[in-house]
Design a protein around this ligand. Structure first.
Ligand code: ADP
Ligand code: MG
Length: 250
């Protein structure tokens, strides 16, 4: 089953396309990596998929024919770090409880069951000891883990994570990868925007190479070619990418 499919998707800001005619899909139980240089439309694509931006043209298909409205509760979204106000006065537990709201409905406030779920999710990302802390008082990696816990508390089927590995330490990266592996075991699907080509090559099942347009999409092992990466990154192709496809040849 495809939990998400984009068909000829175009998303524009003031009539200038940031994502242009993109087709890709997320099979159930898969881990999909999205890579591309800065400004290539990765965040725009994710936002459009979760309904935060209108489509200019094309369409989105959720869970084999469901609309976004019917699917909203089944999709969790982790925004890019930069778009979150980390000075906002809110503590860790309340951030995670926000993940429970889609299921709670409008007029119910979180009770004991939700708090238990929130604590479980905090424990999963190793942040239970910090549940009463203000989010402004955490390190970048800790903040990222709290927001991952919020996404987990949503108990979704599709997780859309925008650069969850940015500004995190090695321990946090390992924790996030463990959480993703665990989600996959439960048959859930994960889409991650990621800068580290090595990590994408090593961990994901499918890769979407994006540069406003889709450069290529398919099994990750087939995507990491010199041609694909050069077309994706153009002159910006970092030297580590060269190392990557040189080592892949051996
Ligand atoms: P990425 O996540 O790959 O770095 P983005 O999706 O954030 O790229 O941005 C894609 C393009 O859209 C960039 O050229 C960026 O400047 C532009 N863009 C992003 N957000 C806005 C916005 N709110 N208004 C106008 N242009 C935007
Ligand atoms: Mg981005």
């Amino acid at each position: 089953m495809k939990v998400l499919e984009t068909i000829d998707l175009t998303v524009s800001y003031k009539k200038v396309p940031a994502v242009w005619g993109v087709d890709f899909h997320v099979p159930q139980g898969s881990f999909v990596g999205i890579i591309g240089p800065n400004g290539s439309g990765k965040s725009t694509l994710l936002k459009a998929c979760v309904g935060l931006l209108p489509l200019s043209s094309g369409s989105l298909n959720y869970f084999e024919g469901k609309t976004l409205k019917e699917s909203r509760k089944r999709i969790a979204y982790l925004p890019q770090r930069e778009s979150i106000d980390w000075d906002f006065p809110i503590n860790v537990l309340d951030v995670v409880l926000m993940g429970c709201y889609p299921k709670l409905g409008l007029f119910r406030s979180p009770g004991r069951a939700e708090t238990r779920l929130a604590d479980l999710c905090l424990d999963k990302v190793g942040m239970l000891d910090f549940r009463s802390r203000q989010i402004s008082e955490l390190s970048g990696g800790q903040q990222q883990r709290v927001f991952l816990a919020r996404a987990l508390a949503q108990q979704a089927e599709l997780y859309m994570l925008d650069e969850p590995f940015s500004a995190v330490d090695a321990k946090t990266e390992a924790t996030i990868l463990e959480v993703i592996a665990d989600l996959k075991k439960q048959g859930k699907s994960i889409v991650v925007v990621h800068h580290d080509l090595f990590s994408v090559a090593k961990n994901t099942d499918l890769a979407l190479l994006l540069n406003t347009r889709r450069v290529n999409f398919g099994p990750t092992s087939e995507m990491m070619t010199k041609e694909n990466l050069e077309e994706t990154y153009g002159g910006q192709l970092e030297s580590f990418a060269h190392v990557l496809f040189e080592s892949a040849k051996q």
